[in-house]
Design a protein. Structure first.
Length: 144
């Protein structure tokens, strides 16, 4: 085998190794949870903060996070996909949430190619619902 051919094989192997390493480590996203948009009717029930990290490995998005300061106990948490950051969209996955005014969020969802594209554009967000704010109390978009 010639030196040039060996060099090309070595470079191709290094490239494949790099791709495999990226696939294993995944893409990491951060989210800051804050009160959802409010109107005069919902504003009194909206309070709290939180943060989470999400890792996309292949098509699986794994989420872990915490929240605190809700005025009533959390009842559900979901992943949603909108067209872009700040644009509401439908739920695409359920997350486990502590049924209290402070706690954790954890879960994973298999994303479709369209949902992965939305994630890359900043259109995937977490939303927590509470007893007194069943339409949403905290939300935040997953950003790199």
């Amino acid at each position: 085998m010639s030196f040039g051919r060996c060099w090309a094989v070595a470079l191709a192997s290094l490239f494949c190794f790099g791709l495999a390493l990226v696939a294993q480590t995944g893409e990491t996203y951060k989210v800051r949870l804050s009160p959802v948009a409010a109107d005069a009717r919902t504003r009194p029930e909206l309070a709290g903060v939180g943060s989470a990290t999400a890792v996309l490995t292949g098509s699986k998005l794994a989420v872990t996070g915490t929240f605190e300061g809700l005025k009533s106990a959390a009842i559900t948490a979901q992943l949603h996909a909108g067209a872009a950051a700040g644009v509401r969209g439908p739920a695409i996955g359920e997350l486990a949430v502590t049924k209290a005014t402070a706690g954790t969020i954890v879960g994973a969802a298999e994303l479709s190619p369209q949902q992965i594209e939305a994630l890359h554009k900043g259109g995937v967000y977490i939303q927590i619902q509470s007893e007194k704010a069943p339409e949403g109390v905290l939300w935040g978009w997953l950003l790199k």
